[in-house]
Design a protein around this ligand. Structure first.
Ligand code: ATP
Ligand code: MG
Ligand code: FE
Length: 348
């Protein structure tokens, strides 16, 4: 069956067509540039951009694949988690398409989609794996028993997501928005061991209570204090060392906790997804430590790690394969959709 995937949870409007595990086309429009001057995403602006991009992006995807709407056998849309206004535009459009075409509709989980997309690149998933989904909005560790039906959230961030923490530190360092890639670049020139920044939830009782949760706001505060103290005293410091030591702390916590979970759950494969997987120190450290531990590491190319339609079509296709019942046509968006819900269940 040919599955149309629609992504509109945040600031990307994405359409993709997947047959089985084969990606036929993937087209993404982004309103990112419109938000840059505000230093963050403006929900109203994002919703309007989805509305404007919906039909042109869909039309372009079909044209590039040489297919017609009538060829589509199922529609999958990310119905959560995300921004309510953005979700509403994509989900309304998906419903209209499903009704007009007379095909089933699947409301799917955006974060689970970030893991599912890897099947299109690296082939079928093994029986069990861990997925670390890290982006501007999420830092979650998932135990994937079956990508279509059985995903367990082991942990998540209690405050800032990894990308969000990088963006905030970017601002502290006077770098342009979004700061993540700039901090990453600056970090390459610094010493990762120069400053012992804290590793949140990594010791003692905190670790026991939150074995797989993340917390990056204390780390961000530590960076702010370090910079303030040095500005006040006039003592010289290296911005590159700050960026490198901060990056090291984030990557270390993410990789260490994922590795612990892999050992405990006896998992031989880890997938990393989400836009923060572009981070060079995370990639290096994960490659190094997982190789040592004999664990297979799968990271899709970066265009499939940022928000896109392929991840939604991939999960939709997995649901169809697993014979999961479609979602109801009056499906509601869920900005807080729990990660244990891979898709919105059929109404009874
Ligand atoms: P979500 O996917 O949760 O809706 P989003 O759209 O903000 O959120 P992505 O586009 O997946 O997330 O990822 C962007 C985030 O990743 C931003 O916070 C950005 O600064 C960060 N980021 C991107 N590249 C890097 C990098 N090389 N190093 C550090 N952070 C990065
Ligand atoms: Mg985005
Ligand atoms: Fe995302």
């Amino acid at each position: 069956p040919l599955v149309l995937g629609i992504e509109s949870t945040c600031d990307e409007t994405g359409f993709a067509l997947v047959r089985g595990r084969e990606l036929l086309v993937d087209v993404t429009a982004s309103s990112m540039d419109e938000h840059a001057r505000f230093g963050g995403i403006v929900p109203e602006v994002a919703s309007r951009a989805h509305l404007e991009a919906f039909v042109p992006t869909l039309t372009e995807a079909l044209a590039r694949a040489g297919l017609e709407l009538g060829d589509v056998d199922a529609v999958a849309v990310a119905s959560g988690p995300g921004l309510v206004g953005s979700l509403t535009v994509g989900t309304a459009g998906a419903k209209a398409l499903a009704v007009a075409l007379g095909v089933p509709l699947y409301g799917v989980n955006h974060v689970v989609g970030h893991a599912a997309v890897d099947e299109l690149v690296d082939g079928p998933f093994p029986e069990r794996l861990l997925a670390l989904v890290v982006s501007g909005g999420h830092s979650s560790l998932l135990l994937v028993n079956d990508i279509a039906t059985d995903v367990v959230e082991l942990g998540q961030t209690l405050d800032d997501a990894a990308g969000e923490a990088f963006d905030k530190v970017g601002r502290l360092l006077g770098l342009p928005y979004p700061g993540g890639p700039h901090v990453d670049r600056l970090a390459r020139e610094g010493d990762p061991d120069a400053i012992p920044f804290p590793r949140g939830l990594s010791k003692g009782r905190e670790l026991q209570r939150h074995p797989y949760d993340f917390s990056f706001s204390g780390l961000k505060t530590a960076v702010a204090r370090y910079l303030e103290a040095h500005e006040d005293s006039g003592e010289p410091y290296s911005r590159a060392d700050v960026a490198a030591s901060f990056s090291e702390a984030v990557a270390d916590v993410l990789v260490t906790k994922t590795l612990r979970a892999a050992r405990l759950h006896e998992v031989g494969t880890v997938v990393i997804g989400g836009g923060f997987s572009a981070n060079s120190r995370l990639r290096e450290l994960a490659a190094e430590r997982f190789a040592e531990a004999g664990i297979e590491l799968r990271i899709p190319p970066i265009r499939y790690c940022t928000d896109n339609g392929a991840m939604i079509a991939a999960l939709g296709s997995a649901l169809v394969r697993a014979g999961v019942a479609p979602s109801p046509l009056d499906l509601a968006v869920d900005s807080q959709m729990p990660l244990s819900l891979t898709s919105v269940p059929a109404s009874v």
